[in-house]
Design a protein around this ligand. Structure first.
Ligand SMILES: NC(=O)c1ccc[n+]([C@@H]2O[C@H](COP(=O)([O-])OP(=O)(O)OC[C@H]3O[C@@H](n4cnc5c(N)ncnc54)[C@H](OP(=O)(O)O)[C@@H]3O)[C@@H](O)[C@H]2O)c1
Length: 357
């Protein structure tokens, strides 16, 4: 998908605040292969002075960059912010002086009201006036706004795959408004800092129901889907941790509106996504990979979406899968960057994944 025409040799200066984490590491991997990016600085307080490969061993031999302290950041064309939730809002007004454009991978600027942030994240928002400056980073819904914006807040990984799975169905008024999302989550979603629940004896082999109700990403899904319906949405998420390092699978239970056929569902997905480079409808009659599966998406920017109608129980079951660290955060951020700077939107995101893996 092409965006504005731009000088193919143009290079922008880029820095990452929070580069030793899992989202930051994935961003470094992607940015190092981008022909229009000069990655100039990556921060970590814990790894300050150490080579980037000391935190991200997959990058050994690819860069001689060393981590710097966040205070050593100077000025860049673009700053990626990959800090834990609730941190970037405290310094965002200062960060805005360090870069013409900012893409925040965290949750602080995803919602459009401070009250909603407090309700779901259980802390006050310290920069409520800046919330409106940010465009939500799910590009399939916000491409033209992102292209004109200086500030983007990437969607949460679980929200991103759910929104992409639901958007055509809600926009085309094909489903009732009660939506139940069963989300299977991987361990890298929790970030770098170990906890008891990530300790190997506790995590290995789990099928742990860790958030049957009250998942924070419910707020993003409702906020993003509400403009496409005149009825209030009733969205519920149940999240289960599985024994996998990367990937999310959502199985979404919905009720099709009376008279809606499988053809209508196909038509809605085709209409919204036929030109989307990273969305694939996966629904085969036979074979092993008949529906989306996160395993084969590892390292890719794809969001695979499938569905099945159950006429007996009057359900439409929608299945979505992504790599949480790519389409769910760093790849989404780079796709947004491409759009903001007028680069070809797929640049640096062409990896097709591995099979078998
Ligand atoms: N992991 C995922 O699958 C995923 C998916 C979607 C979105 N995200 C979002 O991406 C963001 C980062 O997630 P992550 O999983 O990469 O977290 P992480 O692995 O814990 O990494 C956090 C990074 O921030 C730095 N940091 C922490 N506190 C800081 C502070 N007070 N000041 C400056 N730097 C600080 C850390 O380095 P030092 O402490 O060494 O400075 C580290 O580089 C989060 O907001 C998360 O919501 C993550």
């Amino acid at each position: 998908m092409s965006t504005n025409s731009t000088d193919p040799m143009k290079k922008i200066s880029v820095a990452i605040l929070g580069g030793s984490g899992y989202a930051g590491g994935e961003l470094i991997r992607l940015l190092l292969n981008h022909p229009n990016v000069s990655l100039e600085a990556v921060t970590s307080r814990a790894y300050k002075g150490k080579f980037v490969y000391s935190a991200h061993p997959n990058l050994r031999g690819r860069t001689r960059l060393q981590f710097i302290d966040p205070h050593e950041l100077s000025k860049y064309d673009l700053l990626f912010v990959a800090l834990p939730n609730g941190v970037s809002m405290n310094t965002m007004s200062d960060l805005m002086k360090k870069a013409s454009k900012i893409i925040d991978l965290g949750a602080d600027f995803r919602l459009n009201s401070a009250q909603a942030f407090t309700d779901w994240y259980h802390m006050p928002h310290t920069a409520p006036k800046l919330m409106k400056e940010f465009i939500y980073g799910v590009i399939e819904l916000h491409r033209s706004e992102i292209a004109k914006s200086n500030y983007v807040a990437c969607g949460g990984c679980e929200a991103t795959v759910s929104i992409l799975s639901l958007y055509p169905l809600i926009k085309h008024s094909l489903i009732e408004t009660k939506i139940i999302i069963d989300a299977k989550m991987s361990s890298s979603q929790a970030g770098l800092v170990p906890t008891l629940s990530s300790h190997h004896p506790e995590r290995s082999g789990v099928v742990r129901s860790y958030m049957p109700t009250g998942h924070r990403h419910t707020a993003e899904i409702i906020t993003e889907m509400t403009p496409y319906t005149s009825e209030p949405l009733d969205v519920a998420i149940s999240a289960t941790s599985l024994d996998m390092v990367r990937g999310i699978l959502v199985t979404i239970h919905t009720t099709p509106r009376t008279g809606v056929s499988e053809k209508d569902i196909w038509r809605a997905y085709r209409e919204e996504y036929e030109n989307e480079p990273f969305i694939r409808i996966v629904k085969e009659r036979s074979g092993l990979y008949r529906y989306p599966e996160p395993k084969i998406l590892a390292g890719t920017n794809f969001c695979d979406i499938g569905f099945e109608m159950d006429t007996r129980s009057k359900r439409l079951v929608v299945i979505g899968a992504i790599d949480n660290l790519v389409k769910g955060t760093a790849g989404q951020a780079m796709q947004d960057m491409n759009c903001m700077f007028g680069f070809e939107e797929t640049t640096g995101l062409e990896f097709l994944g591995l099979h078998p893996i």
